[in-house]
Design a protein around this ligand. Structure first.
Ligand SMILES: *Cc1c(COP(=O)(O)O)cnc(C)c1O
Length: 365
């Protein structure tokens, strides 16, 4: 079976062993090295490491002062962490539909969702491609709103040459399946010295000096053991991205012009880092999306549906006072049609060709 994700962290071993031997297991020098590498990736002055990507989003929103009464406009087509982080602050989530060409939130729909209580825009760089940050940044500036980026799936992606995480307050995840992993981990990127300092205090119980509490903080810390896992991947990130790009190009060449199959595109001015390679199975296809997934599994090819429903379309959010459902027809249709197929760095050319042949076989039937 060719899996939909594969983790290769063998080159982390010396770093992890160095941490074990040092006796400094919790936040220490490895976390500092990790932060320097993440800041370099995002092109920012600061990166603040935290325990996971959900905490990165929650801490960013908290440090920006969001809370009850504030509204955040985000994408309905995302992992649930984006929504849960907003709700965790006590703020309210509103949704703007996505565009089919990049699967990211539509800047015009975002502008239309802005009201008197809107405090922040929260685009998600889904599947490894930046949202339309030129327009989204302009909307945020025009309305005086905070801009927070969910870059959990887009390590090293750029928009017009500028890395994601550098437009607004950047939030990254280093969960086991992401393009760069520390097992669990997160980071917030920013050029704002004061915001970075505030985040470092929030992360560590409000302490700069031990037992001197400057604000009501929490424990959001990452460990040196986890940071050590991610460091080698950050160092070889350009190569990892190049491998994903090569696999994606090979898939797109092999799957071109199949009626009923829409392949993903890297849009002009953007560098896509291919966290997922996601096709749409449209109505004129000979199979449904779920049939394609089942047939691929029979042929030894793993796949995944990210995500099967729009994020607020679940019982626990239907009656939630801080979740404002919206008509999002593009996101709803994409949720029915999307299927991600393997594009990760553990694939050989032969594996990619196997994936292509399997899809073509199902579509030929
Ligand atoms: C993975 C992910 C997160 C959350 O990250 P965790 O590290 O799992 O908490 C948030 N948003 C998106 C879009 C993600 O893919």
């Amino acid at each position: 079976m060719i899996p939909i994700t594969a983790v290769d962290v063998r080159d982390s071993e010396p770093h992890v062993l160095a941490v074990l031997r040092s006796g400094i297991l919790a936040q220490g020098p490895m976390v500092e090295r990790f932060e320097a590498a993440v800041a370099e990736m995002a092109g920012t002055r600061h990166a603040v490491a935290v325990a996971n990507g959900t905490v990165a989003l929650a801490a960013a929103l908290q440090a920006l002062g969001l809370g009850p009464g504030d509204e955040v406009v985000t994408s309905p087509f995302t992992f649930v962490a984006t929504l849960n982080a907003i709700l965790g602050t006590g703020a309210t989530a509103r949704f703007a539909d996505i565009r089919e060409d990049d699967f990211c939130v539509d800047p015009d729909a975002m502008a239309a969702a802005i009201g008197p209580n809107t405090a922040a825009l929260l685009p998600v760089h889904l599947y490894g491609q930046s949202a339309d940050m030129g327009k989204i940044e302009a909307v945020a500036d025009e309305h005086g709103l905070h801009l927070v980026e969910d870059a959990s799936q887009a390590h090293g992606a750029t928009f017009q040459g500028r890395p994601v995480g550098d437009f607004g307050t950047g939030c990254f995840s280093f969960y086991a399946t992401k393009n760069v992993t520390s097992a669990e981990g997160g980071a917030i990127t920013t050029d704002d010295d004061a915001l970075a300092e505030h985040l470092r205090l929030l992360r560590n119980q409000g302490m700069r000096q031990r037992y001197r509490y400057e604000l009501a903080g929490y424990n959001y810390r990452l460990t040196d053991l986890h940071a050590a896992v991610a460091i080698p991947q950050l160092e070889r990130l350009p190569r990892l991205v190049a491998q994903r790009k090569e696999n994606a190009a090979r898939l797109s060449a092999g799957l071109a012009e199949l009626p009923g199959l829409r392949v993903p595109r890297e849009l002009p001015g953007r560098s896509h880092v291919w966290h997922q390679y996601t096709v749409l199975v449209t109505n004129d296809a000979p199979v449904t999306r779920d049939e394609l997934a089942a047939r691929l599994a029979e042929l030894g090819v793993g796949s995944g549906v990210y995500y099967p429903r729009v994020v607020f379309d679940h019982p626990c959010y239907r009656e939630h006072p801080n979740v404002i459902a919206a008509e999002v027809p593009v996101a709803a249709r994409v949720a029915r049609q999307c299927l991600s197929i393997p594009v990760h760095t553990a694939l050989s050319h032969a594996d990619v060709d196997t994936v292509i042949a399997a899809v073509r076989e199902v579509f030929a039937a």
